[in-house]
Design a protein around this ligand. Structure first.
Ligand code: PLP
Length: 441
């Protein structure tokens, strides 16, 4: 009955196909591969039947379907055996109405999707569970894989190290020295990964890991998002948002973008829902970039004419990327969704995060970039007052404590801390405390 199938296909030639368990990253012409699904097989269930199935599985304990990702296994990676799934109950993160912040910025139907409330503290878990599960499948099929490797701006390596450790698969991470947060650095260390701290930036790490993994005979498998297995898991974020909004489509979804695999993945999940009839319209997508690392924003302003740039330091370190791997497919996807690219300066992203924190959020700098984009688009009237907007919060604020501390101590580069709230240092004296409270309130 339900024999669902998926495979790698060359983006420029869908007839060029490989099994998902082949060690292959590029098509013959050197382009990226994409995971394709047998849509005819998926049509054996009606839209209503899919919704019912997904609802039945949502956040339950029936292995592995309680995971937000594996609850949609047929749409994600039907070819992995259940016993090879490596899952830590990723997905299913809270989507909540950000009432107070929305009111303050003039968008009353504003929702935050807190993807950072996940095992390793970022939305990278969504894709890594799929990639590591396929690797476990490959190993159980007898493929000679010794380790899995990635270059990372921090969160990918944390996710790879955790899922690799859960499966007992060795991991190697390439990090740009001094450019990831302490919390991000200590995660792969704690999980026993081989941590290589290189004196370069992310783009430099990416070049080296590509070379190290290029020879399929050395048994080191590449886990970066140019490996489209990760996109399959990441694409569930858009599907989840619609599900959590009772299967209705918001007007806008805003996502911060660096390597742009996630901008592509967000669109891919929504398109699959559309194709299978679960939704009958599409949201507009906004990709938000840091002004200091804005190659996509520049392309958007230049009729989508893209050129790589040298990325400069930004507090939004996970998106400090000048030459995004998925730029072409992200542009195609954004065009499909009538998309927009917006940017945020260090000042704008830090103030947006701080304002959101004042309303009870705890925004990481990347979420700050997305919130700053929201504020600008709302002010400009591009996003209307009554539009329903979902902002994807990509990492947990607690992974970026240095950013918060520096902001509130007015130490953040390029930033005047308009909303700083430093602690009041006082002698242990009741009168001094009374005076201070009188002033504070
Ligand atoms: C990876 C990441 C992003 C951006 O995703 P891309 O696919 O690289 O565009 C944004 N925020 C955080 C916290 C991330 O870890």
């Amino acid at each position: 009955m339900h024999t669902y199938n998926a495979w790698f296909a060359a983006q420029d030639d869908p007839a060029e196909r490989y099994p998902l368990t082949d060690v292959v990253y590029y098509s013959q012409s050197g382009g990226l591969l994409e995971v394709r699904h047998d849509l005819d097989a998926l049509r054996d269930r009606s839209a209503e039947e899919w919704k019912r199935l997904f609802e039945q599985r949502w956040m339950r304990t029936n292995w592995p379907y309680g995971s937000g990702v594996w609850g949609k296994k047929e749409w994600v990676c039907p070819t992995v055996a259940d016993e090879n799934v490596v899952s830590m109950f990723e997905g299913g993160t809270n989507l909540f109405w950000a009432e107070r912040f929305g009111r303050e910025v003039g968008v009353e139907d504003l929702w935050l999707k807190l993807c950072g409330n996940s095992h390793t503290g970022s939305f990278k878990d969504l894709g890594m569970t799929v990639l590591v599960s396929v690797v476990k499948q490959m190993i159980s099929d007898g493929k000679p894989i010794r380790a899995v490797a990635c270059a990372s701006t921090g969160d990918t390596s944390a996710a790879l190290a955790a899922y690799g450790a859960a499966a007992g698969i060795p991991t190697i991470v390439f990090l740009p020295k001094g450019k990831v947060s302490t919390a991000q650095l200590v995660q792969p260390i704690a999980h026993g990964a081989t941590v290589l701290s290189l004196d370069t930036d992310f783009d430099g790490c990416m070049r080296i890991v590509r070379e190290v993994t290029a020879d399929p005979n050395n048994g080191i498998y590449l886990a970066n998002s140019l490996n489209s297995l990760r996109v399959e898991g990441q694409k569930t974020v858009g599907i989840e948002i619609v599900q959590q909004l009772d299967w209705t489509v918001p007007d806008w979804i805003i996502i911060p973008g660096g390597n742009l695999g996630n901008t592509f993945a967000l669109g891919k999940g929504l398109l699959l829902m559309h194709e299978l009839g679960l939704i009958n319209r599409l949201p507009r997508i906004v990709c938000a970039q840091a002004q200091n690392a804005n190659p996509l924003y520049r392309a958007f302003c230049n009729n989508w004419d893209y050129a790589p740039i040298q990325a400069h330091t930004t507090a939004a370190s996970a998106i400090q990327i000048g030459d995004p791997v998925s730029v072409r497919r992200a542009i195609t996807m954004l065009q499909h969704f009538n998309g927009i690219v917006e940017q945020a300066s260090e000042q704008e992203l830090a103030d947006a995060a701080a304002r959101a924190d004042r309303t009870g959020a705890y925004a990481c700098p990347h979420t700050g970039v997305a919130l700053a984009a929201l504020i600008k688009l709302a002010k400009r009237g591009t996003i209307a007052k009554n539009d329903r907007v979902v902002v994807i919060s990509t990492a947990h604020g607690l992974k970026f404590s240095r950013f918060k501390v520096d902001y509130h101590e007015s130490q953040l580069a390029e930033v005047v801390s308009h909303h700083a709230n430093p602690p009041l240092e006082l002698p242990a004296d009741v009168d001094a405390v009374r005076r201070a409270l009188h002033l504070a309130l």
